[in-house]
Design a protein around this ligand. Structure first.
Ligand code: 3PG
Length: 194
């Protein structure tokens, strides 16, 4: 899952098209910049074939705004009870962020089995998720945070990992330079991991 930061609105649609061209028709566009909601709207309108998600959802208001802007799924780095309720209320699929066993339990208690594991490398990496699969095999994770093309296979081999995410697919310098070919190539390399 490409975790994408868009600083310049004009780059949003070409980045999405480059990911699709590389064989990764999904994007987690992070709400970390002032143009993020406009970028969601632009991609929703012009690249309808991409699975458009919004990431870095940290408040209930952001969850609602992202869905109104066209996000079809949401991802948060962590959660509070209010944020979980708000994301549930949007009606779209979402991955709440977890990094401790107690947080995993809280998400399971809310009736959800799929979540993000963040920050993956800093919080224990693949060995951590392997350990969690012992007591909580029903929890499934999308780890992100510090993952690379080289470390992704170690996560994808785990039974409780459905996908991995990261910003390595859309490096800031490639986006700034308009190097869409490089982004398509990075997407193709990642798509080949499946
Ligand atoms: C995220 O929000 O998932 C992370 O910022 C992605 O982490 P990375 O930039 O280390 O890939």
């Amino acid at each position: 899952m490409p975790v994408v930061v868009i600083d310049d609105l004009a780059t949003a649609v070409p980045v999405a098209r480059a990911l699709v061209a590389g064989g990764l028709p999904a994007i987690e566009l992070t709400l970390r910049t002032p143009v993020a909601l406009d970028a969601l709207r632009a991609i929703a309108a012009e690249v309808p074939e991409i699975a458009l998600g919004a990431g870095t959802i940290t408040t209930p208001a952001q969850a609602e705004a992202a869905v109104a802007a066209g996000a079809r799924f949401l991802v948060s780095p962590g959660f509070t009870p209010d944020l979980l309720t708000a994301m549930l209320g949007t009606g779209v699929p979402f991955l709440p962020g977890t990094s401790t066993v107690s947080e995993v339990l809280a998400v399971l208690e809310a009736g959800l089995t799929e979540m993000k594991f963040f920050p993956a490398e800093a919080a224990g990496g693949a060995p951590y998720l392997k350990s969690v699969a012992g007591p909580l095999p029903q929890a499934r994770f999308c780890p992100t945070g510090g993952i690379t093309l080289a470390s992704a296979p170690g996560y994808l081999a785990l039974p409780n990992v459905g996908c991995v995410g990261g910003s390595w697919l859309t490096p800031a310098d490639a986006v700034a330079a308009g190097d869409w070919e490089r982004i398509s190539k990075l997407a193709a390399e990642a798509a080949a991991l499946r």
